[in-house]
Design a binder for this molecule. Structure first.
Ligand code: GDP
Length: 367
């Protein structure tokens, strides 16, 4: 049996039966001394990411394993895609283990935003989602900001126990772990990082001492993340790398904004007013009349309205319309994984469109 064969790349258990499943390697490769799963093979040799889904069973298995440990759980979320990168249900599985919630990519938000305000916002949201973290922190893993503080917090909350780091793919978990490794061991780039979702499938242990370690769990793929609907060459357009420059639009009733061809925002009623868009600086925003929006989309998707790319259109899901009535001031309409639009005053009716499968929701303003 293949029971004990692990991929030398990511540590996942090798299987030879399900080509699209996790840990697949062709049967012929079992003759090799060191076996690498197809996914790692592609990544290594072609720099190409394969979207091998973590099945719900695997996900449950990971959660159950965490519940059986006596440990500190560090949960990483992407502050730019807070709800999209949330792992629902974690609190039901972790038992009595404390959870330290870390919001990564804080460098993306405008510098004017106060960290204490963000942290309070995260606490409120966490509570709404059923989680009571022992503490909430912000870091920028790629810039290396607040890593020392995070490590100090981990040290103090772990109480001599193991630490499990969990998070869905693309939150920057590998980048964070690599920073921790640098702090702890002085080594660099022990774990592969990439901005493609789904590259971390490993359980890597970074020893604190002889008995305890920090353990990196596989990234969980959230299928409703926008990243899955975009060609990997376009990921850099939608994934912000630098501080987001908010773009303000003065809109009259009956005007529409397109975010590339990935999302659409219709302003229906509420008088002339301004809307602030927080999306990647690279993503093109196109303004038009609502009455022309359907035609424009049909004619120009894949070209003027891109991403998606033209050659992707056959598989690209159609946009689904969600209508909102704004009852409070300072409200965000969030396009999961793409960004959000802030509405300052109540009394507007609008519609937000995203590809089928990508969630669109309303929240109290983050900024
Ligand atoms: P993982 O899938 O959770 O392991 O995520 P990675 O570490 O591979 O990072 C996913 C993407 O987010 C990559 O493009 C990283 O460059 C980017 N990233 C990671 N950390 C940060 C951060 O602190 N700030 C910003 N702006 N980007 C980050």
């Amino acid at each position: 049996s293949n029971e004990n064969i692990m991929c030398i790349g990511c540590g996942v258990e090798i299987q030879t039966t399900n080509k699209n499943g996790l840990g697949y390697a062709p049967p012929s490769s079992l003759q090799n001394e060191q076996i690498i799963c197809q996914r790692c093979f592609r990544l290594k040799h072609y720099n190409e990411v394969q979207d091998v889904p973590l099945t719900d069973d695997d996900f449950l298995h990971i959660l159950n394993t965490l519940g059986q440990t006596d440990s500190l759980i560090v949960k990483i979320v992407d502050i730019f895609d807070f709800n999209g990168s949330w792992l629902p249900g974690l609190h039901r599985f972790v038992g009595k283990n404390p959870i330290l919630l870390i919001g990564n990519k804080v460098d993306l938000l405008p510098k004017s935003v106060k960290h204490t305000k963000l942290i309070n916002w995260m606490k409120q949201e966490a509570k709404k989602l059923g989680l009571k973290p022992i503490d909430v922190m912000l870091v920028s893993a790629s810039k290396g900001n607040f890593i020392k503080e995070a490590l100090e917090a981990i040290e103090s909350y772990r109480n001599g126990k193991d630490v499990y780091v969990v998070g869905c793919t693309n939150v920057g978990k590998s980048t964070f772990i690599n920073q921790i490794i640098k702090e702890v061991t002085g080594e660099k780039e022990v774990i592969t990082t990439s901005h493609f979702p789904g590259t971390t499938l490993d359980m890597i242990e970074i020893p604190f001492d002889d008995d305890t370690a920090l353990i990196d769990t596989p990234g969980i793929i959230n299928h409703h993340q926008m990243a899955h609907f975009v060609d990997k060459r376009d990921l850099k357009i939608i994934t912000p790398k630098k501080e987001i420059k908010p773009k303000v639009f003065q809109l009259s009733e009956g005007q529409t904004l397109f975010f590339g061809g990935l999302a659409r925002f219709d302003y229906i009623t509420g008088g002339k007013r301004s809307f602030t868009c927080y999306v990647s600086n690279e993503l093109n925003i196109h303004r038009t009349k609502l009455e022309n929006a359907d035609d424009l989309y049909e004619k120009h998707i894949g070209e003027m309205l891109a991403p998606p790319r033209r050659e992707q259109l056959a598989e690209f899901p159609s946009l689904v319309r969600h209508e909102f009535s704004i009852k409070e001031g300072k409200t965000d309409i969030v396009f999961s994984g793409l960004g959000w639009v802030t509405i300052n005053e109540p009394g507007a009716i609008l519609a937000a469109f995203a590809p089928k499968g990508v969630s669109v929701f309303i929240r109290k303003s983050l900024i």
